[in-house]
Design a protein around this ligand. Sequence first.
Ligand code: ZN
Ligand code: ZN
Length: 97
Amino acid sequence: MNSPTLIKCGDGCFAPSVATCVHIIEGTAKTVLPVRCEEGGEVEYDWYCPQCFDKYYLHNEDTFDVKDMRIVCIHCLRKIMRPYRKQMRRRLRSTNR
Ligand SMILES: [Zn+2]
Ligand SMILES: [Zn+2]
């Protein structure tokens, strides 16, 4: 998602928002894929599972804001994605060639 906006989240602070999908939040995603955000934003990447990535970015479906996508703050995302941390590092390495 482009130009992240600030959202108010669990701890009551405003923080940059980031997009992800329910599969990552629920931990059912086996793989995570980074999607580069606009340059200059505070958030560098949104993260999706391969299915959602395909749906939203390859086929460019018009269903972007429906059921599987969630907007969370960067702090929550960090918590959500803790189990995926190793994989995220690996993905980012291969992305930033
Ligand atoms: Zn997904
Ligand atoms: Zn949060």
